[in-house]
Design a protein around this ligand. Structure first.
Ligand code: NDP
Length: 296
């Protein structure tokens, strides 16, 4: 299944709907923004580098750029406050921004950068925006088969016993899946459903920290275009087939199968990432770390 995001949205009218897409000015995210805006949605595109986003999205109508650094909880709070003050209602939230295989770096109170950005930034953003996320909305987290690389490291989430860039990425991508599982549990009664997904393999700026031997080790059979990479995210956001469902991990515009533990493969979801007890535990842990929980 190699449809593009625009093909997935063919015949779907999103006029009057508002979407928020993080990292919506590069790679997969910019194609999610283009597709949603092309179907009539008004799209909020918060950016770590607003000037870059303004340039990248200059040719897309219906987009509102803001300033947001997901690695900085103060920036997340300020951005969310602005959205709420504007009286916004969000119908779609796509947690797409991410970093991969970076050298070791700490932010805030000593948080490891992948977990701080890919998970805790989005965790706090969605919780702070919760009053604006209305019934019927969907919250979509862009995870990866990279989640096969690591379960959540309950004994050492911050890599105090030694850093590994792939374990760090893998842990954060497992956290993206667990986040969707528990958000779906919490939001269901209010009509808000949550999903996570693998977008496929796409050559983007995400690989900026990769070395030549990383690329050999990854053994990727085929790459998709960014337009194809955006397809499952927009499918998660709008597909009528997903009405009444949630907490699911998607790939290729369908629900992924659970695959056994072992080396990373190109598809499927690990059962540790869908475990509802681990999802609830991660939520409580994230609330304790950030001091934010819309459901407490
Ligand atoms: P890109 O690097 O092209 O896009 C990532 C976006 O996230 C950029 O706009 C980047 O902004 C933004 N971002 C990074 N750090 C922050 C931050 N601290 N605050 C706010 N925004 C930030 O990568 P992709 O499009 O490939 O990746 C999108 C998502 O897809 C990621 O979550 C990734 O894990 C996932 N994914 C990608 C795959 C692929 O093959 N490409 C495969 C599987 C999953 P800036 O430009 O300012 O750094």
């Amino acid at each position: 299944m190699n449809a593009t995001a625009a093909e997935v949205l063919d015949g779907i009218d999103l006029s009057g709907r508002t979407a928020l897409v993080t990292g919506g000015y590069s790679g997969i995210g910019i194609e999610v923004v283009r597709a949603l805006a092309g179907a009539g949605a008004h799209v909020l595109a918060p950016a770590r580098r607003p000037e870059k986003a303004t340039e990248a999205l200059a040719d897309v109508d219906g987009v509102e750029i803001g300033e947001l650094d997901l690695a900085d909880q103060g920036s997340v709070a300020a951005y969310a406050e602005g959205v709420l003050a504007g009286g916004r209602h969000l119908d779609i939230v796509v947690n797409n921004a991410g970093i991969m295989a970076c050298p070791e770096r700490r932010v805030g109170p000593g948080w490891e950068l992948h977990l701080a950005t890919n998970h805790l930034g989005h965790y706090a953003l969605v919780n702070r925006l919760w009053p604006a996320i209305t019934g019927g909305a969907r919250v979509v987290s862009v995870s990866s088969t990279g989640h096969h690389l690591s379960d959540f490291r309950w004994d050492d989430p911050w890599f105090e016993t030694g850093y590994d860039k792939w374990q760090a990425y893998g842990q954060s991508k497992t956290a993206n899946v667990l986040f969707a599982v528990h958000l779906d549990e919490l939001g269901r009664d209010q009509g808000v459903r949550a999903f996570s997904l693998h977008p496929g393999a796409i050559i983007t700026a995400l690989g900026r920290h990769l070395q030549a031997d990383d690329l050999t080790d990854l053994e990727i059979p085929e790459f998709r275009s960014p337009e194809q990479g955006a397809a499952t995210a927009v499918w998660a956001a709008v597909a009528p087939e997903l009405d009444g469902r949630g907490g699911l991990y998607l790939e290729d515009c369908h629900v992924a199968e659970v695959v056994p533990d072992g080396p990373q493969t190109t598809c499927g979801v690990r059962d540790y990432a869908l475990d509802p007890d681990a999802a609830a535990r991660l939520w409580a842990w994230s609330a304790a770390q950030t001091g934010v929980d819309a459901f407490s």
